[in-house]
Design a protein around this ligand. Sequence first.
Ligand SMILES: [Zn+2]
Length: 154
Amino acid sequence: MSFQVFIRSVGGPAPGSAFQVDRNPDKCPICHVSITPIDWTIGASRADGQVMERLLQCPNQACRHLFLARYAQWNQTYALQHCVPSEISVPAQSDTIKGISDDFCKIYEEANKAELLSLKSTSPARVLNKIPTKKPLRRLLLKRCCSRLASKST
Ligand SMILES: [Zn+2]
């Protein structure tokens, strides 16, 4: 069910311009919590009217980040495309692994993000060639675990 939003902008539509949108984002693009975003009623549309952006805020007290919801015109309604900026969510490591190597956790997280970015990016090879992928990291962790166990048993 679409609904109207009112947007103030500079150099764009007149103050209080109404746009028919299909929906609000239901998840914060930064903390990834399910939300009903706070609408700042500020935004802009491209001169041709094909793209419109709304300034929203995450109500989650631990986050409170501002973000833009980007819509594309579809018939008489603006359909939500995506939100920017967007943080990549990677699963947290267990305390056991964190205890073995904090560096491993940091590198694994970066490799995970690079892998996810490569799915979106048009040139993933450039990113992945510079960052080790997860498989070598698993081997590194296994090697460290074995060396720790060996040192404890002697
Ligand atoms: Zn958030």
